[in-house]
Design a protein around this ligand. Structure first.
Ligand SMILES: *[C@@H]1O[C@H](CO)[C@@H](O)[C@H](O)[C@H]1NC(C)=O
Length: 329
């Protein structure tokens, strides 16, 4: 992800005025809320396909999460970021609401079939390189998720030096294991957001995300795969995104990752909303819709992730889903 601090964005104001209200097409079958005895908050977990939107930007008048009517067509909304030093940007905004405001906003989201999560680390934190203990960090972050009443946690680990040197895998395995100990399956969602090249075989010293997946993939609900920021012509056509990645990042297109052993229904395609939301990897929403249609025709049903609100709202996801899982109105 691109990490945008509050400071940089305090002078920018966005207006997300859409009032279209439409539930995700799959809300009925996905209505798997479960009460957790340790907390008054109910948890909500949708089923695949997942339509995921991040929110790190500063939007005038929005503290924490926007009105749910602005994110119709998604079933997962992720506040960013919780850092090692504490909650930041919209994760911090969430803590500034009263407990009643949080539970009423979360109920609005869940009633609309949308899970509300927090993302951790982003491109600011380099947890392994900076020496953070994976077990302690997992305990702290899991406690925050419980305290602030969210449906789950997204691990946006971007410690590139650690992946290069081969220390990332073991850190992520320990971190994920402890996170799952604290946030049990069925009660809480745990996702990861690796960049697509981390699934390339034979590049990473200790196996990259193929190794992470083989060790703790069964503790992870799905991957919000970042198919962007990896080079000017990487993942910009349906063929490059789905079938054949470049020789720079071999075997990291969607179906190549699946062929290398990652479950098809865990691989959510992540894209930037606009050219301004990432350095590279942008694809128009209408082109992406045709890729999603192709992938669906080949049996994939994991879904789509976008970085970020408010640049992508209901109209973006409505276009992206149009040829596969149309948003009902
Ligand atoms: C990807 O491969 C499948 C299976 O061979 C093929 O049907 C499809 O047309 C390819 N998609 C693109 C965009 O090349």
């Amino acid at each position: 992800m691109l990490f945008i601090t509050s400071l940089i964005f305090t002078s920018l104001f966005y207006f997300a005025g859409t009032t279209v209200v439409a539930l995700p097409a799959d809300v009925g079958e996905a209505d798997v809320a479960s009460a957790v005895s340790s907390s008054h908050q109910k948890r909500y977990s949708p089923s695949a396909p997942y339509f995921v939107e991040y929110f790190d930007a500063s939007v005038s008048g929005v503290t924490g999460a926007p009105p749910v009517s602005d994110v119709s067509g998604y079933n997962v909304f992720i506040l960013a970021f919780l850092l090692i030093e504490g909650a930041w940007d919209n994760a911090e905004g969430w803590t500034e609401l009263t407990a009643d405001e949080r539970s009423s906003t979360k109920a609005d989201y869940n009633d609309a079939g949308i899970a509300l999560m927090v993302s951790v680390f982003g491109s600011t934190d380099t947890p392994t390189t900076s020496g953070a203990d994976p077990t302690d960090t997992a305990n702290t972050m899991a406690a925050w998720v419980v305290e602030y009443g969210l449906d789950g946690i997204d691990v946006d680990y971007e410690d590139f030096d650690a992946m290069d040197s081969g220390t990332a895998e073991a850190w992520l395995v320990t971190f994920t294991t402890q996170l799952r100990n604290q946030l049990p399956a069925g009660d809480y969602i745990i996702t990861h957001a690796p960049v697509a090249p981390w699934f390339s075989p034979n590049i990473w010293t200790n196996g990259g995300y193929l190794e992470v997946n083989s060790e703790v993939g069964d503790l992870i609900d799905w991957y919000n795969v970042q198919f962007y920021n990896q080079g000017a012509s990487e993942y910009t056509t349906c063929d490059g995104l789905l079938n054949t990645s470049s020789s720079t990042w071999p075997e990291s297109a969607l179906f190549q990752i699946i062929a290398n052993g990652v479950a098809s229904d865990m691989l959510v395609i992540g894209k930037p909303a606009t050219t301004g939301d990432a350095s590279t990897g942008y694809m128009s929403s209408s082109t992406l819709a045709t890729c999603v249609e192709d992938a669906k025709a080949e049996g994939w049903d994991a879904g789509v992730m976008v970085w970020e609100y408010p640049d992508a709202g209901t109209s973006w996801i409505t276009t992206v889903r149009a040829d596969s899982w149309p948003v009902s109105s």
